[in-house]
Design a protein around this ligand. Structure first.
Ligand SMILES: [Mg+2]
Length: 364
């Protein structure tokens, strides 16, 4: 079963989130952008993957067609782990993290979809899981920079059934507003996206500590300064989460060795797909760190994360669901929460193919 063809489909779906789409440069998004990777084998099986893109769709797309496809086409579609290694080695001079690995991730997810379809099994079964048909989740709020809006959205998420809510805010008034809005029984996480120096992070973490954070995410720039995060964690006692910007399992190894985090956040569309995610999950288990996937996605990356968490034997772990409303969904109800959780797809591979009408209408 050889890889015969690799295509990409860019989809940009408008969304609302109860705030305005004001941002800074590349962070101003009015659409949810998904770069789908469609892989077809010589015996006619089609798999779908997702490569991280947000604001870099064109670059990742070029990487898939110009760097990944020439090496992958003609290779055995079943030999996924070797192909991942081979691509990483052959392409390392173009960067071990970022565009190259995003592109590779898209291919890898598609190949696992194909593997599941070829075996007639949903991906989580293929990976050794069978006992979980529903997964807990948390609402991942977008950035509002407005305490009133943050309070209202946090409350809305709780009313919808979520017991864990993550804010993307960097100021105290917003965090305070969320805590006051929902009381002490709801877990609140704060994702800061690497804004601070170690000293600023210490100052802010001590300020936020009174709000009983379930975790503080990526407080320090650069994200790979694991020693600084470890020092912050040790010095403040606030649980730390990170990993969405880590370069493959090797950087997770270093992050765990530094004692930097309580929660490991591999991102299947960024870290190297299912293959690399599985390596990270094993390392996290061995390090006693809870696996907490990064999955603010609505394409194959979201479905892959559902399967990976369903197949994971360790405790803990929740699905991250962006708290926004899309104009259309590639997967219908599969991306909609049920009592604050998500149903694990049961069809072969990722469990469902993207809706062709949505691909067509929102193709960009
Ligand atoms: Mg994050």
């Amino acid at each position: 079963m050889k890889i015969a063809r690799i295509d990409t489909h860019s989809v940009k779906v408008p969304y609302t989130f109860g705030g305005d789409h004001k941002g800074e440069g590349l962070r101003t998004w009015t659409t949810n952008n998904i770069l789908l990777v469609r892989v077809e084998t010589d015996n006619g099986i089609v798999g779908w993957g997702e490569a991280f893109c947000y604001a870099c769709t064109d670059a990742v797309r070029a990487a898939i067609h110009n760097m990944i496809a020439p090496i992958a086409i003609g290779q055995d579609a079943r030999d996924i782990a070797r192909l991942s290694y081979d691509l990483q080695q052959k392409l390392h001079l173009f960067g071990r993290y970022g565009i190259t690995i995003f592109a590779l991730s898209g291919l890898d997810i598609a190949l696992w979809d194909i593997a599941g379809k070829a075996a007639g099994l949903p991906l989580h079964r293929l990976l050794g899981g069978a006992g979980r048909d529903k997964l807990p989740a948390y609402a991942s709020l977008l950035k509002y920079r407005d305490p009133e809006k943050v309070a209202a959205r946090t409350k809305l998420a709780v009313d919808e059934g979520y017991r864990h809510v993550k804010l993307h805010e960097t100021e105290e008034p917003e965090v305070k507003a969320a805590r006051l809005a929902v009381g002490n029984d709801i877990a609140i996480m704060v994702d800061t996206n690497c804004p601070w120096t170690p000293e600023q992070a210490r100052h802010m973490t001590l300020k936020l500590r009174q709000y009983d954070l379930y975790w503080l995410e990526e407080p320090i720039f650069p994200p790979e300064d694991f020693t600084a995060i470890a020092r912050l964690r040790e010095g403040t006692g606030v649980p730390m989460a990170a990993g969405e910007n880590n370069c493959t399992s090797f950087q997770f190894r270093d992050m765990f060795a530094a004692g930097a985090v309580d929660y490991a956040q591999p991102s299947v569309t960024k870290v190297g797909g299912v293959t690399e995610f599985l390596k990270v999950a094993n390392l996290a288990d061995a390090a006693g760190v809870t696996l907490m996937p990064h999955s603010p996605y609505f394409g194959p990356g979201f479905l892959a994360t559902l399967h990976l968490l369903a197949a994971h034997g360790g405790p803990g772990g929740m699905i991250e669901r962006y708290h926004l409303d899309l104009e259309a969904s590639l997967y219908g109800e599969l991306v909609m929460p049920v009592d604050g959780g998500f149903v694990v797809p049961t069809g072969p591979g990722l469990g469902r193919d993207p809706d062709p009408d949505v691909l067509k209408t929102f193709g960009a």
